[in-house]
Design a protein around this ligand. Structure first.
Ligand code: ADP
Length: 688
């Protein structure tokens, strides 16, 4: 027997292993099985070039659990090791600067194992003692046994082993008893070894015979050695892809599309990505893509490796070219990873383009489910936008689909305004905005439906892309002004009359703080009062709500425009009744104010050229007094108008009807409206 000390730069590697790698103890099994797979594949490679002439035979890797002895054994029939090789590969661990490395990445314990020769040593995370019994494939090789108890001392001695290959025997320590459960091992095998290229056996197949469970003695193979992504797309059918998807995500609905990635230059990448069907916006799940390295499962957090928007996809990616032993920030700046990322983007776009071209019907049918991914990609990935703008779809309120180009052609003629801007009208809720949509359609306009979670962002994005174009929600203005064809019609009301009518409407319920009362000439056929929401303010509010910030716009009250159609007969009659009731009073207040105003104007003129300190105090006092009196008269006028409005059933009714059309009349106001309506409908003769 030979004794020795493990040669590492650090005094003792074991505390480091335990300290830094504690979070993921279970990966020890992945590491040992990966080594076994490597050893087997090396042997196969030697055989294929004629350097190994023996029989390959059964190369199944076996995982054995002995609960009594508290051991887990991983056995392979790979190349094995000679005593010299153990010394070289196991004893003189090839990691100069391991300590340094661990120091640097101590927060990123996830990926440092494996590629720094720590793989095998991870078994000490769960073992009090590890034995290697191995025999090299070389003809005259003698079996040897290496033993180590988690300290820098080891022994190496002659041993017995029938054929070539390696057994790694772990004596599981007391803190790691969980790994002595069959179910736990099965769970780890499923997670890490499911698609390894060499058969892995754990336990035996049991069968029911005559009401009894009988052990068949046959190996239970836990992995699929030729997973779908390693096969040629030409050999696969749709059903195969669907079945594989179900296998990966048993609880999910059928996917919309799949994309089979198969690249061997300038890097190696295979995989299958799926567009999942998302039932609701709450359903979106990132991190459903599994990343493999030569069929060894690595991680399901692929940010930085695939473009952000594609993290919404499902499926598998396998590449030996993605550096796994580094931090995420390094990963994102790695040029290989960047190439891979942009290649995946291109592939995804190509595939979508192909489906669009070959089966537009199908594409349209799936668009509502697809659009989240595509729009997200278009907003966040310039390269993807350039490809996707050819097949991205608009859907209008009639359920018809158009490409961006087609839609532009459709509306160009009728929806270009006087400033040559093309106006895209849209609705975010077909039910709620029905009246507005209807109004726009009657004008011969087309209305898009933009009700997706990302649509506000998409709209902003498209406005920056489309030339001379704007998106305008149908309820953001009165129909005449949605798309301004010619200059605004002059109002028949004077500025003063507008002020009076505004007071009346404010008194009747259109109070400022909730409404902005405005006037338009919309014609006798249009509604007497219309509610609109400024596109700009609404968008600002929407965006700040979405970004979770309250900010200036977020905290702004929800003020809507109350647009009064002054050419409507009912509004005209409000004006008439107001004049009837108040003309005399207003005239009187005006008569009182006029001489005061004249005096004030005169004094202002006289003192116009003087500096502030040159104006006599008496004059200043007088002017203040005049201003106050005028103001007082004005506010008397204002209250008279508001009081009139407050009791004016018709005005109130007009406002309420507009609110009602917008589903904004609720509670007490609604009940008052109903009562008032009954009053108004009552036959006149019976009214007292
Ligand atoms: P890595 O696998 O990353 O090289 P390990 O510490 O896991 O690091 O293994 C070190 C070396 O020991 C391997 O490169 C290989 O040469 C050898 N080795 C480990 N396990 C086996 C095995 N089951 N059969 C043959 N050689 C092995």
């Amino acid at each position: 027997m030979q004794k020795g000390k493990i040669d590492v730069t650090s005094e003792n590697i074991f505390p480091i292993i335990k300290k830094f790698l504690y979070s993921d103890h279970e990966i020890f099994l992945r590491e040992l099985i990966s080594n076994a797979v490597d050893a087997t594949q090396k042997l196969k490679a030697l055989a294929s070039v004629g350097d190994f002439k023996g029989e390959l035979g059964d190369v199944t890797i076996r995982v054995k659990l002995d609960k009594k002895a508290k051991t887990i054994t991983v056995s392979d029939s790979g190349i094995g090791m000679t005593a010299e090789e153990i010394d070289k590969y196991i004893n003189q661990i090839a990691f100069s600067g391991a300590e340094e490395f661990l120091e640097k990445y101590k927060d990123k314990t996830d990926a440092i194992i494996g590629h720094f020769g720590l793989g095998f040593y991870s078994s000490f995370m769960v073992s009090s003692k590890v034995e290697i019994v191995t025999r090299s494939y070389r003809e005259d090789a003698k079996p040897v046994k290496w033993t180590c108890e988690g300290n820098p001392e080891f022994t190496i001695e002659d041993s017995t082993r029938e054929g070539r290959g390696t057994d790694i025997i772990l004596h599981i320590n007391d803190e790691s008893k969980e790994f002595l459960e069959e179910s736990r091992i099965n769970e780890m095998l499923k997670k890490y070894c499911r698609f390894l290229p060499i058969p892995i056996a754990f336990g035996t197949i049991k069968e029911w015979k005559d009401g009894k469970e009988v052990d068949t003695g046959k190996d239970k193979i836990v992995n699929e050695t030729n997973p779908l992504w390693t096969r040629k797309p030409a050999d696969l059918k749709d059903e195969d892809y669907q079945a594989f998807y179900k296998d990966l995500y048993p609880a999910s609905e059928d996917p919309l599309f799949n994309i089979h990635l198969n690249v061997d230059y300038p890097f190696n990448l295979t995989g299958i990505l799926y567009f999942p069907k998302i039932k609701s916006n709450f359903d979106i799940q990132k991190n459903k893509i599994q990343l493999f390295c030569n069929q060894v499962y690595v991680t399901d957090s692929v940010e930085g490796i695939v473009p952000e928007f594609l993290t919404l996809l499902h499926g598998v990616i396998d590449s030996p070219d993605i550096p796994l032993n580094v931090s995420r920030s390094y990963l994102q700046s790695d040029s290989n990873v960047k190439k891979i990322s942009s290649h995946i983007t291109k592939k995804v776009a190509d595939r979508l383009q192909e489906i669009f071209k070959n089966d537009r019907d199908q594409f349209e049918k799936k668009w509502d489910d697809l659009k989240l991914f595509i729009n997200y990609g278009m907003i966040t990935d310039e390269k993807f936008y350039e490809r996707a703008e050819k097949f991205a779809m608009f859907k209008n309120t009639e359920g018809k689909y158009f490409t961006y180009d087609e839609y532009e052609k459709l509306i160009k003629e009728n929806q270009t305004d006087k400033n040559k801007s093309l106006i895209y009208l849209y609705a975010s809720d077909v039910e709620e905005q029905y009246t507005y949509i209807d109004g726009a359609k009657n004008r011969g306009y087309d209305v898009l439906i933009m009700d997706g979670q990302l649509d506000p962002h998409l709209i902003n994005h498209l406005e920056s892309k489309f030339k001379d174009s704007r998106f305008v929600r149908v309820d953001s203005d009165v129909i005449d002004k949605l798309i301004m064809k010619d200059d605004k019609k002059e109002l028949t009301l004077s500025y003063e009359e507008q002020g009076e009518l505004r007071n009346v409407f404010e008194g009747a319920g259109g109070e400022s703080g909730k409404f902005w009362v405005q006037f338009e000439e919309m014609g006798a056929e249009a509604a007497p009062v219309v509610i609109t929401r400024s596109e700009f303010i609404r968008r600002m509010k929407d965006m700040s709500a979405m970004s979770g910030l309250s900010g200036y716009y977020g905290s702004m009250p929800d003020i809507v425009n109350l647009v009064v159609n002054v050419s409507h007969p009912l509004v005209k009659s409000v004006i008439e009744q107001k004049d009837q009731d108040l003309a005399a009073k207003i005239a009187e207040l005006k008569a009182q104010a006029e001489p005061l105003q004249k005096d004030l104007d005169g004094m202002k003129k006289a003192n116009e050229k003087k500096k502030e300190e040159e104006i006599p105090q008496a004059d200043k006092d007088k002017m203040d007094e005049l201003e106050k009196s005028i103001q007082e008269l004005n506010s008397q006028k204002e209250s008279a108008l508001k009081d009139f409005g407050k009791d004016h059933a018709l005005t109130k009714q007009l406002i309420d009807l507009a609110l009602l059309a917008n589903n904004m009349l609720k509670g007490e106001e609604l009940s008052k409206f109903v009562k008032r309506s009954v009053e108004l409908i009552k036959p006149k003769s019976k009214k007292k």
